[in-house]
Ligand binder design. Sequence first.
Ligand code: SF4
Length: 449
Amino acid sequence: MALVVSPELGLRLSLRGVLAQAGFPVMLEAEDLAQALMVLAQEPVELVLTAWELEDASGGELVRRLRESLAERGFSPRSPVVVLDPGLEQQSVVQAVKSGAIGRLAVPADAAQLQGLLENMESPPPASRQDPGARDATQPEIILARPRGFCAGVERAIATVEKALEKYGPPVYVKHAIVHNRHVVERLEQAGAVFVEELAEIPAGSLVIFSAHGVSPQAHEEARARNLEVVDATCPLVTKVHLEARRFAAEKRTVFLIGHASHVEVIGTRGEAPESIRVIGNPTEAAGAEAPDPEKVAYLTQTTLSMDDSREIVGALQERFPALVGPAKSDICYATQNRQNAVRAIAGEVDLLLVVGSANSSNSNRLVEVARSRGVAAHLVDSAGQLREEWLQGANRIGVTAGASAPEDVVLNLVETLASRLGASIREIEVAEEDVHFALPPPFREREQ
Ligand code: SF4
């Protein structure tokens, strides 16, 4: 017996055939929560399909109260709540699943989808969805790492392109991918942004935005020579490394820049003093590094490195050059550190970690490495479409996080896909609160305030 809760008569009627095909020949109806609770108190309902918004209740609270009512009567494994979805936002879907719903049913409904949701469902008591301490170890679980996804530098860079499009209209030229994420770049391209690798591709006199990764002083000179109007969306934390590079070079030091030589951020930083800066990619290179004056040496790092790797390389440099100096505060930015710490925090609890991010995203790749270095299988996925069935075999607890350039809606889509495929509950582990915000670059700064 199923109960459909919706104020829309047409919707309720349309579900009769779907429920009959899915093995629920008897369908009861309610227009709001009060009516639904009365039905649940009197009838042996096994399945509830509910709209997300009712006149007297909505959202996660609605789902919770329906689940509680089912549980009061002696929870049955076949007593799920499904949320009906006329365009439900992904954030709401995740909230629904967190509140105990087994998934969403797109409207117009499809019996096969409903059957799929029911087949995927296991039989956790409601408490196991809410209370990790009481969870059934066999119940699949998704553990979301927090912080994850967009950092302050990425938000600023994206907002800069959006403001430029708003103020000047398309096309707006951007040197290099504004941030290393395919979804972000494609969305901005659709809005009129044009991404180029060489300034020579941009018509003279146009506006150009420099990406969050930063550029060398030579790029600024070239832009001036081509009469381009520059808006610099370089992350302030990358700029900090540029300034340190200049300072150490001015002190006549050899500067070891720890990072990936082909990464655009490292290319930009190195451009500050190419004659003084040597890029070091691993401990072996550090152990063999040379400097004209071993007493005048310094190191800097790319902002998105693995903290573990960086520590090892700095250690090797210090062994070789006891006089080595470094930045007063780590160059590995707060966002990289927090996301890596969050992966460390959940690594002991999961069988598999999925990192949402694009293949060219340095900090996303480092999150995969951090998990693998702790013996956890980990994969980078650009979206839910890249999930592979074989990864999920035997993975009961799946961690999900995202690199600093991955949009939250893509993360939530992955979580929703996993939750409905595995009948998994969702838990979030937060290791740090982030409250960092960077002002937009000129000429948009004034408009923002
Ligand atoms: S990852 Fe760090 S350095 Fe890079 S844009 Fe974000 S805050 Fe800035």
